[in-house]
Design a protein around this ligand. Structure first.
Ligand SMILES: [Zn+2]
Length: 108
């Protein structure tokens, strides 16, 4: 494994591609420390002059609603809150899957 090549390839991805590859890799990984239920999730945060303004979990699109998929350059432009677990999420789509509780969520 050559980490610098992997890092370079990841930096070349669009945001949509990066999110999909991240969650695909997480799905294939063993649980953290071998404990069931512990896993990595992706989050997005923004700050202004060092002060955190917001942090949201990045959710994948709900593929049930978008069988045609999305173009590689689709932007993470939708945001919302999971009705099940209450976390703030962002996604490329209005219909998303919450990465925390794995339920359907809606963004605007
Ligand atoms: Zn949730």
């Amino acid at each position: 494994m050559e980490p610098h090549k992997i890092i370079f390839q990841l930096t070349e991805l669009t945001d949509k591609e990066f999110v999909e590859i991240f969650y695909s890799a997480v799905a294939e990984r063993k649980p953290i420390d071998g404990e069931s239920g512990r896993r990595f999730v992706l989050a997005e945060t923004s700050d202004s002059y060092g002060d955190i303004i917001s942090t949201s979990f990045v959710a994948e699109d709900n593929k049930k609603h978008y069988p045609q998929g999305w173009s590689a350059d689709a932007l993470i432009s939708q945001n919302g809150r999971c009705n099940e677990c209450g976390v703030s999420i962002v996604s490329i789509s209005k219909q998303a899957i919450c990465p925390i509780c794995n339920t359907e969520a809606y963004c605007t």
